[in-house]
Design a protein around this ligand. Structure first.
Ligand code: HEM
Ligand code: HEM
Length: 129
């Protein structure tokens, strides 16, 4: 989860630089887009991994899912990350709406990650001594 949050921070910074480059003609940095894209897909993989660990762990422990609001928080975070990544593939001059969907989703993702971290911390308490 720490790595996912770090990836989100890197994406926020590089994404803002992409925004300023596009809107205020800031200096082109050849590494900026590749760093944003690669960090983006790494975050997708990390969040899908967390989902898998959560589901396998819960099924292993209870034999069923849906034992706390954490499942809603987890699935919401995954849905937002997948919408962020898929909307990014649609970003082009012809489809300016995709950029707004991308940025809007990423703002909502800050709330999504906050909720899944707090609810995750709450459910993990019962496993701690
Ligand atoms: C989930 C994986 C992600 C992928 C694959 C991705 C990919 C992209 C792509 C392809 C662009 C268009 C770049 C261009 O204009 O040439 C973009 C723009 C941007 N991304 Fe992401 N991104 C991801 C996640 C994020 C996240 C989590 C944030 C913020 C925390 C973010 C913030 C931005 C911003 C601010 C822009 C610039 C929008 C503009 O120019 O107005 N991205 N991203
Ligand atoms: C994006 C990040 C995360 C996703 C997508 C995610 C997803 C899930 C899902 C879907 C479950 C099954 C819940 C159920 O069926 O009731 C689960 C269980 C669990 N998760 Fe997460 N989780 C994430 C982050 C975290 C974090 C940060 C923590 C701890 C700090 C955590 C701790 C747990 C624990 C302890 C369980 C077992 C639930 C129980 O015993 O009731 N998760 N997770």
């Amino acid at each position: 989860m720490g790595l996912s949050l770090f990836a989100y921070l890197v994406l926020g910074i590089t994404g803002s630089m992409l925004f300023f480059k596009r809107n205020y003609g800031h200096r082109q940095r050849p590494w900026l887009q590749p760093v944003h894209y690669i960090t983006g897909w790494v975050m997708v993989i990390l969040v899908l991994l967390l989902l898998m660990i959560g589901i396998v762990g819960t099924l292993g422990h209870y034999g069923s899912l849906g034992h706390s609001e954490h499942i809603v928080a987890g699935l919401s975070a995954v849905a937002l990350v997948l919408l962020s990544a898929s909307s990014s593939t649609q970003i082009s001059q012809k489809q300016p709406w995709a950029r707004s969907v991308h940025v809007g989703t990423n703002i909502a993702l800050l709330l999504g990650f906050t909720w899944v971290s707090i609810s995750g911390w709450q459910v993990v308490q019962k496993y701690l001594p």
